[in-house]
Design a protein around this ligand. Sequence first.
Ligand SMILES: *Cc1c(COP(=O)(O)O)cnc(C)c1O
Length: 470
Amino acid sequence: MRANTENAEGTRGAVAHDDGRTDEVDAYAEGRTVRRNKAVRAAVEQGLVDADNPLVALLDVVGIRESAAELRSAFDAVTAPGTPVLHAFAVKASPLVPVLRLLRAEGIGAEVASPGELALARAAGVEPERTVLDSPAKTPAELREALALGIAVNADNPQELARLDSLMARSGSRSPVGIRVNPQVGGGSIEALSTATATSKFGVALRDEGAREWVVRAYLERPWLTRLHAHTGSQGIELTMMARGIAQTYELAEEINRRAGRHQVDTVDIGGGLPVNFASEAITPTYGRYARLLRETVPGLFDGRYGLVTEFGRSLLAKHGTVVARVEYAKSAGGRPVAVTHAGVQVATRTVYAPESWPLRIAAYDAQGRPKEGPAVVQDVAGPACFAGDLLARAQSLPLLEQGDHAAALDTGAYYFAHHYAYNSLPRPGIHGFAPDGAGGVAFATVRAPQTIEEIVTESGAAHTDALVP
Ligand SMILES: *Cc1c(COP(=O)(O)O)cnc(C)c1O
């Protein structure tokens, strides 16, 4: 199935004003809302969510394809013809095999950072030449496997490079290898996700004394080091700061190549980290805006001399996921209405523990799954877990949620329901992809089956029941 033709290339992008200002217009936003509303209704009608299965997660297949196409066209528009560009989806953002398979069909590879993520990418059929391994803690076995497969590896630090020295000497691997650098351009509004601070644990800290010279020498001594990698942060980082980090990485590639007297670094991996707008339906910033900013800031990176790797995660998936939870009870406390639902810390861990950094929009649907009408009421939307902070939303204004209604947590396609947190032994919900069925309705496909209670018991040591008693 294809994305709506009316949303094809050209309806989306920057609108220029006389004063030089440009607005981003998200021509896809309305389509997403319409599709989501139909999908929630259909999920209720088709029994994917009901009194016995009060929690389900939905993925918008058309939306994911739209974002993948946007990403490709944004970089096509700024790179010289023939430039090799690999978009490697950061698997940690949505570690689901069918999602990786869908992205692969859209020409997107995989960035993996653990043996599990590599196995998921392989299960999805992502080719080794479209796979990149980054992680700050790769074991010798992981490195050996990566080199045997021929997947790209970015070394995080000098000790890892020393391991690669002996492995490369023995393996004769085809893997492109690079070093991850930290340009130390600074952090953003979310400290936990700021990877380019002075003391970040990631990569070689370029501004530390002697570090830059060490990196250059490392390349001069190793002709097989042909890539350079930086990922300057995820969510909360200003685009200009991200672009500054890429610019400094590019300058370093130029310096290495100058001193090597040849084009040794042939590919720059610019990482991911495009922030997602959680405040409204619109996708902003767009890939187009970021790609244009990068080309303005670092024109030399786009003139055809360098291949590019990108590693976007959240921005490809976030807008296309929805958690739908039944309201089990509606109550009131201290004058504030509280809807007690089945979605809480187990599917929205970051939001529950760090609500200021990760606010979520909640949409209210009635018992039949229709958008709820009525005056906006300030209310809390709570989860099922047994601690007071288990709230999906605090004091959010929306039509009053009543028993049997549904609360939908929007923009949860990345780092939410696919990142289960097993508090209170709450089960992982089922995940279903949705798409038009060709007859005006909605077709669902299982992406991940819901976890059963038996599975929870098994995974909780049932095979070792007597392990601790004499
Ligand atoms: C997490 C991560 C990404 C993806 O970040 P997003 O914010 O999800 O785009 C890319 N590269 C590396 C090395 C990462 O750790």
